[in-house]
Ligand binder design. Structure first.
Ligand code: ADP
Ligand code: MG
Length: 288
């Protein structure tokens, strides 16, 4: 099983859109997938049509009480299960502040869940993280092997990245030695713009310079697949559907399927995601 946290402490970069539609694309490609919504805003849950009421239990109860994943998971497709979130989760940061081992709760609950599913093992576990580096994100980083970083081509795209990398590094040193940043994904990409191409070069150069410097992100690669800006991706959440149920012919569906294929193409031959090797001066992007 590959376990992946989708992280960027900035909001609005495409984390939830990626978590939901990549999960759906992997499930459509025959993979058994579970998606954990770890954001109190519950956008991933809502995107897949799950709106919990105040009496429903959620990931909040998993983190703060004895609730197990199996008790709250919802099956939203033949091979896609969602562990939903609720606004209550916002209180978890404070409630867990004094708890010993508070960064390890999700990992423990997850291993119980995986053990319970041993007859129906997962191929992929994805976690949609909140836009912060607080206790919820630390729980995600402790529970997974990989981090995917979605970036929006924006002139401040790399701003704050060193804080994020530092956090990943500290977690890998103290709590989760297997943790690696493996993929950087450009979202809301407009290939015709000079800015998008420039940001892409900056991102590639950023990781190229740091390559080998640190095992935690030394293998980070930017995905060959880029997610184009596509209005259907922005519309789908309000219908409670993934892009494949809402607009299967759209560019958005095409791109997330391509991303799933890129991941799977690699998984068959090599456990590391085969992303395009980072080349700081890649001319494959047409600049207007
Ligand atoms: P995050 O989870 O990082 O806050 P979201 O995935 O919620 O970001 O995306 C922020 C907003 O941008 C949402 O309204 C979403 O529908 C929209 N969006 C995300 N990706 C795209 C895209 N490729 N094209 C158009 N709109 C997008
Ligand atoms: Mg989000």
């Amino acid at each position: 099983m590959r376990s992946i946290a989708i992280i960027n402490q900035k909001g609005g970069v495409g984390k939830t859109t990626t978590a939901v539609n990549l999960s759906a694309a992997l499930a459509a490609s025959g993979q058994r997938v579970a998606l954990i919504d770890l954001d109190p805003q519950a956008h991933a849950s809502l995107h897949l049509g799950i709106a919990l009421g105040t009496s429903d239990r959620s990931i909040y109860d998993v983190l703060t009480a004895e609730t197990r994943f199996e008790e709250i998971e919802r099956q939203v497709g033949e091979r896609l299960a969602v562990i939903p979130s609720h606004l209550d989760l916002a209180a978890a940061e404070l409630e867990l502040a004094g708890e010993v081992g508070r960064e390890l709760i999700l990992r423990d609950r997850l291993s119980q869940y995986l053990a319970a599913r041993h007859d129906d093992p997962l191929d992929f576990l994805l976690i949609d993280c909140p836009p912060s580096l607080g206790i919820l994100t630390l729980n995600a980083l402790t529970a997974v092997d990989e981090v995917f970083l979605p970036l929006q081509p924006h002139f401040l795209a790399l701003h704050g990245l060193s804080k994020l990398l530092q956090t990943i590094e500290v977690v890998s040193q103290r709590l989760n030695p297997t943790l690696r940043l493996t993929g950087v994904l450009l979202c809301m990409y407009e290939s015709a713009t000079r800015l998008a191409a420039e940001v892409r070069r900056d991102v590639d150069a950023f990781f190229e310079q740091r390559k080998g410097a640190n095992p935690v992100w030394g293998r980070a690669q930017s995905f060959r697949t880029r997610i184009r800006r596509n209005i259907r991706l922005a519309e789908a959440p309000s219908f409670g559907k993934s892009i494949f149920d809402y607009a299967p012919q759209s560019h958005g569906a095409e791109d997330y399927l391509a991303l799933a294929r890129e991941l799977l193409g690699v998984a068959q031959s090599d456990p590391a995601p085969r992303a395009r090797a980072i080349a700081p001066h890649d001319d494959s992007v047409l600049i207007d």
